[in-house]
Write a protein that binds this ligand. Structure first.
Ligand SMILES: [Zn+2]
Length: 321
C-alpha cells in the first residue's frame, strides 16, 4: 500500500528537522542545528534547504500536506507561535500561514508532544487503542492524550502540558516558575541534578571528572551495578510513577506510553513503575500498562504528517484559515 506523501517539520530550539513521510514511515530525513539567533527568517531558509535535500522536484509535486510540530504552548487553532523558551524571537509569529505560503501546501502546526502522541497512536506503541496518554521525558516533560479516539486539543490547542502539574510543593523550581512540577521532579534534568548532589558513587565521581554529571551517567551506573545509581533510578521511577498515576486517574487511558531520551532507560524502571501503578492507582485502574514508545525521535514527525494529511478534521477543521 502506498498512501499520500506528507512533509513533516520538527522545529526545536536545538535542531530543526524535516522528513518526507508516507504511511507512517520516514522515507527521507535531514536536520540542521537551529539558527536561534537568526530568528524566523534564518530558520525558514534552513527549512527550505532541508526540504530540498530530502525531496526531488517530483516528490515535492506529489506532497499533499505539510505538518510542523514545535514546543508548546502554541496556538494551533490560530496557527501562531505563542512562546518557546528556546526560540525567543518567535513570539506571535504566524507560523502556519508563513509555511503554507512558502510551500503552497495545506499546513497544520501542532504541539510537538501532541504530535508525538498521535504518531505513537497511529504507528507506534498505541496502535489500535482509543484512549492513551503519551509522556515524553527528556530535558523537560511533556505529553499528549488520545481520548475517545481523538487527540485532546483544548483551547488554542494547549492541552496536556503534563510537565507542569505539581507533584510536591517543596520541590525544586521548575522552568515554568512554579516549584515541584512533574518536570522539575522527573525530567532527565531533574535526575541529573540529583545525581550531581549524590555522594558515595565511584562511578558518578569518575563521570564528574569528565564533565557535568547527567541522567546518562546514572543509566550507565545502573547497568554497571552501582548502588547509588540504582537508588537514583528507583527514585526517578517513583516520581514518574506518581505522575503516571495522576494521568491515569484523569484520562483513563488504556495504556501510558513513555517516550523521550529518558525512556531509553525504561527497561531499568519498568518494574518499579508498574509496582507504583498497582499500589497507588484506584483498584479499577491498576491494570493500566506503562510501556516504552516505539518511534523514538521520529514520533513527532510521523504524527505531524498524519495530522497534516487529515486536515480538515473535526479537531483541526479550521485548516489554513
Ligand atoms: Zn512547571
Amino acid at each position: 500500500m502506498s498512501g499520500a506523501l506528507a512533509l513533516a517539520l520538527d522545529l526545536g530550539g536545538t535542531q530543526v528537522r524535516a522528513a518526507l513521510v508516507q504511511d507512517g514511515a520516514i522515507l527521507k530525513r535531514a536536520a540542521s542545528l537551529t539558527d536561534v539567533a537568526g530568528g524566523p527568517s534564518a530558520v525558514f531558509e534552513q527549512i527550505r534547504a532541508l526540504v530540498t535535500q530530502i525531496s526531488t522536484a517530483d516528490e515535492r509535486r506529489a506532497v499533499k500536506a505539510l505538518g510542523c510540530c514545535l514546543p508548546g504552548p502554541v496556538d494551533t487553532d490560530a496557527g501562531i507561535v505563542l512562546y518557546i523558551a528556546t526560540l525567543p524571537r518567535w513570539e506571535g509569529f504566524p507560523l502556519r500561514a508563513k509555511l503554507a505560503e512558502a510551500f503552497g501546501l495545506p499546513t497544520i502546526i501542532e504541539n510537538d508532544a501532541i504530535a508525538a502522541a498521535v504518531g505513537e497512536w497511529r504507528h507506534g506503541a498505541g496502535r489500535g487503542l482509543r484512549h492513551l496518554v503519551y509522556v515524553t521525558v527528556s530535558t523537560g516533560v511533556g505529553g499528549g492524550a488520545i481520548v475517545d479516539g481523538r487527540p485532546l486539543h483544548g483551547a488554542r490547542g494547549m492541552a496536556s502540558h503534563f510537565g507542569h502539574m505539581s507533584l510536591t510543593p517543596d520541590g525544586p523550581p521548575c522552568s515554568c516558575g512554579r516549584a515541584g512540577c512533574f518536570e522539575a521532579m522527573a525530567s532527565g534534568s531533574a535526575l541529573g541534578r540529583r545525581a550531581q548532589a549524590a555522594s558515595g558513587s565511584e562511578h558518578l565521581a569518575q563521570a564528574a571528572k569528565r564533565g557535568a554529571v547527567g541522567a546518562k551517567d546514572v543509566v550507565e551506573g545502573v547497568r554497571l551495578g552501582d548502588a547509588i545509581c540504582l537508588a537514583l533510578m528507583a527514585e526517578e521511577a517513583r516520581w514518574l510513577g506518581m505522575g503516571f498515576v495522576n494521568l491515569i486517574h484523569i484520562h483513563s487511558p488504556e495504556r501510558v506510553i513513555m517516550g523521550g531520551g529518558v525512556s531509553s532507560a525504561f527497561d531499568l524502571m519498568r518494574d518499579d513503575i508498574a509496582a507504583i501503578v498497582r499500589r497507588d492507582a484506584m483498584p479499577p485502574f491498576r491494570d493500566v500498562k506503562v510501556v516504552a514508545a516505539e518511534l523514538g525521535e521520529n514520533s513527532g514527525l510521523i504524527g505531524a504528517a498524519e495530522l497534516a494529511l487529515e486536515t480538515p478534521s473535526p479537531v483541526y477543521g479550521r485548516g489554513l484559515g
